[in-house]
Structures are given as C-alpha cells and as structure tokens.
Design a protein around this ligand. Structure first.
Ligand code: FAQ
Length: 339
C-alpha cells in the first residue's frame, strides 16, 4: 500500500474501535487488504491484515528462522576437521551466514508483533518446527559438499519465489538470503566436484554423501500438494507462489544435469526424463520417514534441540550484558536530558 493510504487505514482502524463500528470497518479493511494483494502490492507491518494471515506468516517465518540457526549445527560439526585452511575459512563464513539469515528472519517475525524470546522458547519446547533436513547427521567431510549443493540448492529453489511474497519484510529478507545461499550452493558443488575428480576413495565418499542427502532434500519442500494443509490459503495470500510439488519437480529437473557434470549419480532408479511432461519422473518419496522426523524421531532431533538449548543457556550472559548496556545507555541519555 502507498504510505498515505496506509496511514489513513490505520487511523480509520483506530476510529473504528473507538466508535464501536469495528465490524463494518473490518470488512472495509479486508477489502483493502484483498485489493492490495491482488494488485501485487506489498503488505507492510503497520497495514491492517487478517489475523490468520499474520498467524500464517509468523508460523512460516519462525519455522524458517529456526531452520537457519539449527541448520548451523550439521556443518559446524566439520569446522575443526576441514581439510585445509581455505576450506575451513569458507565453511566458517557459511555457517556464520546462516546465523545472519536467522537474525533477518527473527527480525521479520518481530515486525508482526511476535518477540524473539517467545519464538525461541517455542523452538526449545518443541512447539514450533524447523526443517526436517537438519535432523540428519554429517558423517563425512563430503556431507558438507552435499549440504551445499543439495540443501542450499533446495532452499534457493523454494526461496527465490518468496522474494515476491506479499509481506514486505519477509520478501526483502529473502532477497539478501537468496544471494548468499547461491554462494553456498556453489561452494558445495565445487567441493563435491573436487572430491568426485579426486581419488577413488574421495569419489566414493562424495557418492555416499549424495546417496544419503538426496531423498531428505526432496522432503524439504514439504508434503505432497494433496496433503499440504496450508498451501492453498498461502498461495491465495501470495505468501507462497508455487506448490510444494511444483518446486520439488523444479529442483529435480535442475539437479539431474548438475549430477551428470559432477560425475555422480542420484540414488533413484526411477529417475527418467519424461518427454511428454517436459520433466523428469522420479520414484516415490518415503513420507513415513518424513512424518517420523517431524514427530521428533529422526536420527539427530534430540541432539539438535539439546545443543540449541545449551547454546541459548550459555549465551545468557551476553543477552544480560547487552540489556544492561542498553539500560545504562538509556539512563545516561535520560540523565543528560535532565542535566
Ligand atoms: N520440515 O501445509 P504445508 C535452509 C510442516 S532453510 C519440517 O505444506 P507450508 C537454509 C509445515 O510447517 C530451510 N516441517 O506447510 C540452510 C506444516 O506444519 P505446521 C527451511 C515441515 O508452510 C541451508 C506441515 O508440515 N526453509 O535450508 C516441512 O505451506 C543450509 C504441513 O505442510 C523454509 O522454511 C519440512 N521440510 O509449506 C540453512 C522456507 N515441510 O506448521 C543451513 C520457508 C512442511 O502446520 C544450512 N517455508 N512442514 O505445524 C516454506 O516455504 C514452507 O513453510 C514449506 C512448507 C514449503 C517448508
């Protein structure tokens, strides 16, 4: 919405509550909201929005933010064992980027009136989800390459359309995140290429990592469309622009030629080009495994949450110090004014 309209709408909303005519005015706001979404305008924090739109955004953005910070763990597992200084520096920068993505996203959620403490508490107590993918272990160095190529690759495929999300702060955060994710994807690809072209043992390590990460990467896109609870409404609101299955198919089509260039195979005997559809057909996904991981029974769920809680507890002194500094700063400012 343009600035003038937004302010007028906010003022009208306040009036509506004051004079008790909230019911009629809410429908006027709804109409303005619907028109803004239909016209591809961005909804901004101070604009009126339906409660369910706000709740859906908080749910998705929080899950996304949690995924970024939990997603630091599998790769951080290899920082001390990176095979060269160059690889170590690259990996440290990547893991740090993921922390930054978490911060952009928690900030976007805060614009919807939900504090970071509340969201972190929900993560730590299992009341909000994070991506299934981060409950798998990183067993070898090649897993760092497979995560970059496949996990960041899947994340980009999913997130580029989110740059056009109807909610402004989320869309803008995604622009920067996607730029950084594309570096991540390329570093993973380059790492795997080096291994694939290395010794027979290194090639086998790369292939094993791809074999283990391929199917969980396809699950990142969420349940099939006919089981996706939120897709239809989220697409009507232009939060999501494509369905889970559409994006999954796009990802498969992108990966097949890349795997060929890498000299690696994707672990799916049913993977074949379908001339009629203009897409690759692929084998069935094990949705039982997906639901098990979501229920907390993946290989690393307990470990990931325990480590996150520990990091949060160990960071308490930093938060306290920052709050004390801010309070002192505020007090000093007040004192100066009084003086
Ligand atoms: N894992 O109705 P839908 C990254 C849940 S970031 C866990 O289809 P929706 C960067 C879903 O929440 C990766 N839960 O839901 C990185 C819902 O549960 P609820 C994260 C999942 O929202 C790289 C239920 O299933 N990316 O990787 C998953 O319309 C490397 C029904 O599903 C984002 O979050 C799953 N895979 O569509 C970091 C992107 N899939 O809430 C470190 C933004 C679904 O009712 C290292 N999010 N669920 O309890 C989205 O695009 C959407 O939220 C979807 C799910 C597509 C994930």
């Amino acid at each position: 919405m343009v600035e003038g309209d937004r302010m007028a709408t906010a003022a009208a909303h306040r009036t509506a509550h004051a004079d008790g005519a909230a019911q009629e005015d809410t429908s006027a706001f709804q109409a303005a909201f619907d028109a803004a979404v239909a016209a591809e305008e961005r909804i901004e924090p101070r604009d009126w929005m339906p409660d369910a739109y706000r709740a859906t955004l908080v749910r998705q953005i929080a899950q996304h933010a949690h995924s970024e910070i939990i997603g630091m763990q599998p790769e951080a597992n290899w920082i001390t064992r990176a095979p060269s200084l160059r690889r170590k520096a690259i990996l440290m920068a990547k893991v740090q980027d993921e922390a930054g993505h978490g911060l952009y996203l928690y900030s976007a959620a805060e614009t919807l009136g939900t504090g970071r403490d509340e969201l972190l508490d929900k993560l730590h107590t299992g009341r909000q989800k994070y991506s299934s993918i981060f409950n798998y272990p990183t067993l070898t160095w090649a897993d760092v390459g497979a995560i970059g190529w496949l996990v960041d690759g899947a994340a980009i495929t999913n997130q580029v359309p989110l740059c056009r999300c109807s909610y402004g702060p989320y869309a803008r955060a995604m622009v920067r995140i996607c730029k950084e994710e594309s570096f991540h994807q390329r570093q993973g690809y380059e790492l795997l290429l080096s291994l694939s072209r290395g010794t027979a043992e290194q090639h086998a390590m790369a292939q094993d990592a791809v074999d283990r990460w391929w199917w969980p990467s396809l699950m990142m896109f969420g349940p099939p469309d006919d089981e996706s609870a939120h897709s239809a409404q989220s697409m009507a609101w232009k939060i999501k622009r494509h369905s889970n299955d559409e994006l999954r198919q796009r990802f498969v089509d992108i990966c097949v030629p890349q795997a060929e260039s890498l000299g690696l195979t994707l672990p799916d005997p049913a993977l074949v080009w379908n001339e009629e559809r203009g897409h690759h057909d692929f084998g069935p996904i094990d949705w039982t495994e997906f639901h098990d991981v979501l229920k907390g029974n993946g290989p690393c769920n307990d470990q990931r949450i325990a480590r996150r809680r520990q990091a949060h507890d160990e960071g308490a002194w930093v938060r306290e110090a920052a709050a004390a500094h801010a309070a002192k700063h505020g007090n000093a400012g007040t004192g100066a004014t009084h003086a």
